[in-house]
Design a protein around this ligand. Structure first.
Ligand code: C2E
Ligand code: CA
Ligand code: CA
Ligand code: CA
Length: 275
């Protein structure tokens, strides 16, 4: 019965020692960055395609290094997940984002990304609601973005977590819709507030008939179920125009604005209302 003991399956090789050392170094760097307030939150506008009005902003994390460069979230979020830091980091980011968003006009939504790993954490709703209570940010103005892969690990638990957030008034958006584990059947059982059409479909829907059909189909699902659709990665006027014609309500992308530091949001909003 001792056949699978640690000594037989993973000997303490130099490679293992290096891998462990690198991981511990990265983990302690990340902890230090959180403690030293070097993880920033930038904000990108979510725009109403019909009238160009602002629906809200998505919070996007940035790890600022001492040399002025920054580590993108696609790189450090997986490290935080692996190191078991994602829950603490996420709470820290949400607190920062909520405090910032309190200064915005009161109709605006704060969209916040949740890692698929967090959808197995039964304490997630309490953690989020505690930040809302602490900061005074209203639940109905928070939109939690989850990817379809968040449903893959434990569907029941994920639905329980989402259900408790919805009961508290928090909005739910499906991020990168169309790329992951199919949650189509879940949409009917468990309505969400928003479908975010993944950037990969928007990137070439004007030139690819297939991509166009996918985008049109997602918008139609949204219209049929009464769920708003948002196109990610809108970069040109032509994309904007076609998406609006398809009935897609919201868009996000460099055409409107890149993610910006918190202190630029007020100037950005002022520039829109007074061109
Ligand atoms: P996402 O949620 O799909 O976020 C959209 C990404 O597309 C952002 O990349 C944004 O900067 C980028 N983007 C926006 N408009 C355009 C455009 O017009 N063209 C192009 N090419 N890209 C555009 P970013 O900020 O590097 O974030 C990458 C991913 O990291 C996010 O993808 C999200 O999954 C994750 N992430 C970011 N912040 C957080 C966070 O606080 N927590 C968690 N768990 N994940 C986060
Ligand atoms: Ca997102
Ligand atoms: Ca996305
Ligand atoms: Ca994405």
């Amino acid at each position: 019965a001792k056949r699978n003991g640690p000594a037989s399956c993973c000997a303490y090789t130099p490679e293992l020692r290096r891998a462990l050392a690198a991981r511990l170094a990265t983990e302690s760097c990340l902890r230090e960055a959180v403690a030293a307030d070097r993880i920033d939150v930038h904000f990108q506008p979510l725009v109403r395609l019909t009238d160009g009005g602002i629906h809200g902003f998505e919070a996007l994390a940035r790890w600022r290094l001492e040399d002025g460069s920054s580590v993108p979230p696609d790189v450090f979020i997986p490290i935080a997940e692996e190191a078991g830091l994602i829950s603490d980091l996420s709470t820290h980011l949400l607190r920062r984002a909520c405090k910032t968003a309190l200064a915005w006009p009161s109709g605006l939504i704060l969209a916040f990304n949740i890692s698929p790993l967090q959808l197995v954490d039964i304490l997630l709703p309490e953690r989020i609601l505690a930040v809302l209570a602490e900061t005074g940010f209203p639940a109905h103005r928070l939109s939690v973005e989850i990817t379809e892969s968040g449903f893959a690990a434990d569907l029941e638990r994920a639905l329980d977590i989402i259900g408790r957030l919805r009961e508290a008034g928090v909005r739910i958006a499906i991020d990168d819709f169309g790329t992951g584990y199919s949650s189509l059947s879940q949409l009917a059982n468990f309505p969400v507030d928003k479908l975010k059409i993944d950037r990969q479909f928007i990137a070439n829907f004007l030139t690819s008939d297939k991509q166009m059909k996918i985008v049109r189909a997602i918008v139609q699902i949204g219209l049929g179920l009464g769920i708003a659709t948002l196109a990610e990665g809108v970069e040109t006027e032509e994309e904007h125009r076609r998406l609006r014609a398809l009935g897609c309500q919201l868009g996000q992308g460099y055409l409107f604005a890149a993610p910006m530091p918190a202190d630029e949001v007020a100037t950005y909003l002022a520039g829109l209302s007074d061109p």
